[in-house]
Design a protein around this ligand. Structure first.
Ligand code: UDX
Length: 452
């Protein structure tokens, strides 16, 4: 059992702290927000994450998990301090490291014993060398302190599972002392450990995320071509997936990737490459395809309808993916303003994301358009002229083709997540456009040719 402190209680910090406690360590999570800290002490999570609150309650009751705003007492005798603060993107694509620097300084000024500082935040390659020097410069006691890089690979919605049952733990250290502390901490997890130097660990994080982003953009690129040549991207992906070298995951074409990691980490690595005089052409292409993909369905619908002015537009799904209330880089954030500026009357449904979305786009009039948040998909679809599907929540997948036909004024659906088999939409007489698959209009044309 080690005495661990965790700086930052966002997705990364909180999930790390809770999972460390679950593995028997004595953990104190630090945050500057007193209200948030009180909430967490009561076993309530500030983020929506499956299974997290149950584990919080269990470990608080077991006396292994604590929350505080008093960073000095949390850090002073910690054997390891994990840093999980955000590294948001700056306008030029570089990472903003100011939160990390603040915590590093607080740690330096607080620790009274030898301490390993473990950076979980995603940082540009080489940053941890600088953070180590920075901490050493600000130390007030003569203690041993080193930095380790320990990137996380958790996805929102499955963050607890991804941490407790991770495919691998990557640890980047420069000395045996640091490597031993970190391997001891992770020993109870019983997971494969990849031990490398610090820069390689930092690079593994970017290279992994960007590879996944590239995989999605590649499939989206192929999807767009499939539409032109009359192939079906879901069949193509299935056919590819049997090859072990390709694998079956992250081959779903759609309305582009969003979230807090892929958009940020692709731009950051591209920036790092540029700073080093290198052009990272593959990652650049992934970014370009994604930018194009997000407005693809809107453009298709615009062409078909000429104008959205005065139309009732149903929007199903606002978050960047199901299982989270996070809206960062969500396709809805790009498409809804375009629809509003065209004068659309939007009726939006999302099982958990509406409240956050309303903070950015409050309910009511927006120029000639308007937005109303509704509590079920049926309400959004009633009398609608057109429907956009942006997120594949279970509640949205359950809306049957017949429901679109029965409820909408004109059953015209643009599905960014390829939820329904095209054939079923044809049978229900819904005019249906998705990504990389024939539209119902094409299918009808083909069927008519066959009948003739
Ligand atoms: C991702 C990584 O999966 C995780 O390992 C990393 O630590 C952080 O970034 P996350 O952003 O939470 O996690 O979500 P993820 O499930 O990976 O989805 C990211 C985006 O890609 C979503 O917008 C999703 O809709 C999209 N996606 C995913 C596709 O468009 N197609 C796919 O096949 C898979």
């Amino acid at each position: 059992m080690k005495k661990i402190s965790v700086a930052g209680t966002g997705y990364v910090g909180l999930v790390t702290g809770v999972c460390m406690a679950e593995n028997g360590h004595n953990v104190t999570c630090v945050d500057i927000d007193e209200q948030k800290v009180q909430m967490m002490r009561d076993g309530r999570s500030p983020i929506y994450e499956t299974g997290l609150e149950a584990l919080m309650v269990k470990n608080i009751e077991a006396g292994r998990l604590h929350f505080t705003t008093d960073y000095q007492s949390a850090y002073k005798d910690a054997e390891a301090v994990f840093i999980g603060v955000g590294t948001p993107e700056r306008e030029d694509g570089s990472a903003n490291l100011s939160y990390l620097a603040t915590v590093a300084r607080q740690v330096a000024e607080s620790i009274k014993n030898d301490c390993l500082v473990v950076v979980k935040s995603t940082v540009p390659v080489g940053t941890n060398d600088k953070v180590e020097q920075f901490i050493k410069d600000f130390l007030i006691k003569d203690v041993r302190v080193e930095i380790a890089s320990n990137p996380e690979f958790l996805a929102q919605g499955s963050a607890v599972k991804d941490t407790l049952e991770a495919d691998r733990i990557v640890i980047g250290t420069e000395t045996e002392w640091a490597e031993k502390i970190l391997t001891d901490i992770y020993e109870p997890f019983g997971l494969p450990i990849v031990s490398v130097n610090r820069k390689s660990a930092e690079m593994i994080k970017y290279a992994s995320n960007d590879f996944l982003a590239l995989k999605i953009s590649y499939m989206n690129d192929i999807a767009n071509l499939c539409e032109l040549v009359g192939a079906d991207v879901q069949d193509v992906a299935r056919g590819m997936s049997f090859d072990d070298r390709i694998g079956s995951k992250f081959l779903n074409a759609g309305i582009g990737y969003g979230g807090s990691c892929f958009p940020k980490d692709t731009k950051a690595l591209e920036y790092i490459a540029r700073q080093n005089g290198y052009e990272l052409k593959t990652v650049k292409a992934a970014i370009d395809v994604n930018n194009q993909q997000k407005s693809m369905l809107y453009k298709k619908a615009s062409k078909r309808l000429i104008t959205f002015s005065g139309l009732k537009v149903a929007v199903l799904g606002l978050t960047f993916k199901p299982g989270t209330d996070d809206l960062r880089e969500a396709p809805s954030l790009e498409n809804i303003p375009m629809l509003l500026s065209e004068g659309a009357d939007i009726y939006a449904y999302d099982p958990v994301g509406a409240e956050n979305f309303a903070k950015v786009h409050p309910e009511g009039k927006h120029g000639n358009g308007s937005i109303t948040y509704v509590s079920n998909p049926e309400h959004a679809l009633e009398d609608a002229n057109v429907c956009f599907i942006f997120t594949e929540w279970g509640e949205i997948k359950e809306v049957s083709p017949q429901k679109f036909a029965d409820l909408m004024r004109t059953p015209l659906v643009y599905d960014g997540r390829n939820i329904h088999p095209v054939k079923e939409m044809v049978e229900a007489s819904v005019e249906y456009y998705s990504v990389g698959r024939p539209s119902t209009v094409d299918t009808r044309v083909k069927e008519m040719e066959i009948v003739d």
